[in-house]
Design a protein around this ligand. Sequence first.
Ligand code: GDP
Ligand code: MG
Length: 450
Amino acid sequence: LAEKMDQTVRKLRGTDKMTEANIGGALKEVRRAMLDADVNLRVVNQLIADVRERAVGQDVVAGVEPGQQFIKIIYEELTRVMGKDAAPLSTRAAGAGPTVVLLAGLQGAGKTTAAAKLALYVKSRKAEKPSAAAALEANPPPAPPAPTGPPPKVLLVACDVYRPAAVEQLQTLAGMIDVDVFTDDLSLGAVEIARRGLAVATEGKYHTVIIDTAGRQVINDKLMRELRDVKAAAKPDETLLVVDAMTGQEAANLTRAFNDDVGITGAILTKLDGDTRGGAALSVQSVSGKPIKFVGTGEKVERLEPFFPERMASRILGMGDVLTLVDKAEEAMDAKEAEALTKRMVDNTFDFEDFLKQSKMISTMGSFGGLMKMLPGVGSISGQQMAAAEQKLKLATCLINSMTPTERKQPDLLASGGRPPPASPASPAARGGRWPTPRRSCRTFSACAR
Ligand code: GDP
Ligand code: MG
């Protein structure tokens, strides 16, 4: 997709308005690419319609490639569908008993693994920290007081009564993270084991209970009935559908079935470490309206992360962080200013003052290296080269700062070789400005360029 996007970007170059004619082809490409990424057809069609409506007729922001702005609209729509922020785990108020999490899903989706991962996540108190997204807000909410005391106690309840190996698997994983497991005679059935497990958790003052359930190869009535019964008995705060990201197109049907028959509060998308594009994420969200709360990115118990819609949108588009770059450009570039600069370049009246203005705009966008990394395909430039380029820009800025205003306005003076001595050192006016009084901190170039 990144390649196709590049073509799209090129096609839009030089346009100042997005029209049906100049984005129609690009939209088709995006549509095909999303289908390739296993996004559900209905979801894709809705998304394309939304993007078209927003893009057509929109003016192109000064200083931004129209193609990039187009991609940004797609990206924003993708993010909107997936929910804007990371959704935290619901927890029960202190004193109201343990928080109960029920995991559901097909066989092999990663439920048992996710149960252990989630236990570790809760235990290491990551669930109590404000999300990274919240921390990035303009007015971040005050951080809660640092938790003290022993880590929250988590109980895993083994309710996969069909595969004894599943119980052992859960016990092995729990042993690795030092978390308790509740098991009982499998012939009691899942509902009774869940009930007993909860009683133990309440009595033992556990913070969180995570119930691992059986899966099936395919969705069937017996599985759904059992899940409904366990849910009725356990009254979970969260019923999370565990979805294998490789499920692709099927993820939509799967989500619909579990949401209609059992009722889910969110999902965990597993195996995102594979080469899947993650289209399943879009399907889950748009079919159920429920957020993806976590993603699994490996077999190890540590490999669980909160789900960030923005990152997933970038992954689906396969676009590095070009969108953040567009954002930064929009912030840094004063549209009018940019227009004036461009005009001066075209008229051949671009002088050193203009150069200074432009490099200042670039530097307000962050470090060179950071900027470059956001561009797809620029990974091959080394950090050293990047730092050298940045250094050169600083040095140039410094050199220009040390010139007289006249010199800055008339770059041709440089070609005439050497500065004429000031006519009268006593008269500042004759000097054309403040030079040669030491200016700002530019005593030596090396100090300045640091
Ligand atoms: P369950 O049948 O739903 O309980 O699935 P399991 O938890 O037993 O997982 C099935 C297989 O998928 C196991 O081999 C896991 O190690 C593997 N697995 C689970 N989550 C992930 C993940 O996020 N990434 C990868 N690569 N493998 C995973
Ligand atoms: Mg299992």
